[in-house]
Design a protein around this ligand. Structure first.
Ligand code: NCD
Ligand code: ZN
Length: 432
């Protein structure tokens, strides 16, 4: 197959190029490639051509909570959002916290996925050796320093330190950096404002601790969902001293503030919370220092969200809306599309060691997204393929529509229709 004359965007440049795909792989990229006899030609001169996005932070609830999401609906939403690889978090039921649970989860989702996928391994107080022994089969470890949805939590110094000294040097340890003791303190004050109940101070305390331990142990720290100015200062300082730290932001925190949480009420409740305008602006100011954009796609049902504040679970869906929102940010001049591709494709591949994935590179999987850059539409709940059926971004006008998505050379999504069958998504192979 030859994708001809599209406006091809990578982390390096934007250029009009032809892309040849053979089987599942990109075999040639050049300003002009002559079609071979009988070769399928896709005319893309009116299209942006992007590498398939990698969402390195999703919660697909499988196994354990299929009423919120399962691996089929989660990956379907991903596909429609131009996301061809997802890395799924371990706070499922049972949690992905042992080799047996990892094997069980892999078998359970294998027949459901329509995009490629990998898993995080969940740290507990006691699974230190086991985490290190399965490290090569997962994208990273996830360590919850503060409690959120699910049961995973490690707060004591000893297990945190032992995880950091035992986990392989080149695998990332992703932390949910909110400090449990301070969450308990502020959470016990009966506050209804989520940014006050889980304040920036909790993030600052937990991240300071994680950075100190990463510095001492030389391990690779990956900070999930950075939300505050202070965290970005801490990360910058740590890096200047040579600490190996990378960080993520979510579209939720890039595009919304605590005012949106007040408007959306529990539907805008997420951990860490939507922050102040100043903190949100800091994420954009420090954008150069941000390595990845992950959605923290965390679907909960309307019924659950409609409960009183203290009972309603935290988290919002987002895997289908990340690329559309970032297209908007690019067309409004807030960010360059190349910089988006770097954070949603190039950097996740490098940080998590995704062996067969590339940013439209020869020899790598042909995961390709074609976009009509001029088509305008408005995001709505009924477009969402996630089982939860709602989006906090309903009503947002988007410029740029995802038209076709190829997964490893196969047309998997075409103008609103999923063409691939459950089970066509494959488990990721890791290079480290
Ligand atoms: C996540 C979820 O619901 O799984 N919720 C959230 O608010 N981010 C859990 C998490 O990772 O914190
Ligand atoms: Zn999360």
């Amino acid at each position: 197959m030859l994708i001809r004359q599209g406006i091809v965007v990578t982390h390096r440049a934007t250029a009009r190029l032809d892309i040849r795909v053979r089987g599942e792989t990109i075999t040639e990229i050049a300003p002009e490639i002559a079609p071979e006899q009988d070769e399928e030609v896709v005319e893309a001169s009116e299209r942006l051509v992007l590498p398939g996005f990698i969402d390195s932070h999703v919660h697909f609830r499988d196994p354990g909570a299929p009423q919120k999401e399962d691996f089929f609906t989660g990956t379907l939403a991903a596909l429609a959002g131009g996301v061809t690889t997802v890395l799924d978090m371990p706070n499922t039921q049972p949690p992905t916290d042992s080799r047996a649970h990892l094997v069980q989860k892999a078998a359970h989702v294998a027949t459901k996925a329509v995009v490629d996928y990998g898993f995080y391994f969940g740290a507990t107080d006691t699974n230190i050796e086991e985490a290190a022994s399965v490290a090569g089969e997962v994208a990273a470890m996830k360590l919850y320093m503060g409690s959120s949805t699910g049961t995973l939590l490690v707060t004591e110094f000893s297990p945190i330190y032992r995880h950091f000294t035992t986990f392989p040097l080149d695998k990332p340890i992703a932390v949910h950096a909110e400090d449990e003791q301070s969450l308990k303190y502020f959470g016990g004050m009966g506050l209804q404002d989520h940014n006050q109940a889980r304040p920036p101070l909790s993030a600052q305390i937990a991240l300071s601790r994680a950075i100190a331990i990463a510095e001492k142990t030389g391990r690779r720290l990956h900070v999930a969902h950075t939300t505050t100015w202070r965290e970005l200062e801490l990360i910058q300082e740590a890096r200047s001293k040579g600490v190996r730290v990378t960080c993520e932001v979510t579209p939720l925190h890039l595009f919304m503030t605590e005012e949106d949480q007040h408007r959306l009420r529990n539907f805008g409740k997420v951990n860490p919370p939507l922050r102040s305008r100043d903190d949100r602006e800091a994420l954009w100011r420090y954008f150069d220092d941000i390595d990845t954009i992950g959605t923290d796609h965390a679907p909960h049902t309307r019924e659950e969200k409609d409960q009183p504040y203290s009972q309603a679970p935290s988290g919002m869906p987002g895997v289908q809306t990340m690329l559309p929102l970032l297209l908007n940010a690019a067309s409004s001049g807030r960010v360059k599309l190349e910089e988006v591709v770097k954070r949603c494709v190039t950097n996740p591949i490098q940080i998590f060691g995704l062996k067969d994935k590339g940013t439209l590179e020869i020899g790598k999987d042909a995961d390709i997204v074609l976009i009509d850059p001029n088509h305008e539409y408005v995001l709505a709940d009924d477009q969402m393929l996630s089982k939860c059926g709602w989006t906090p971004f309903a009503g947002t006008k988007i410029k740029g529509q995802i038209q076709q998505v190829y997964l490893r050379g196969n047309l998997a999504y075409n103008q609103g229709n999923c063409l691939s069958t459950a089970g066509s998504g494959k488990a990721i192979r890791y290079s480290k």
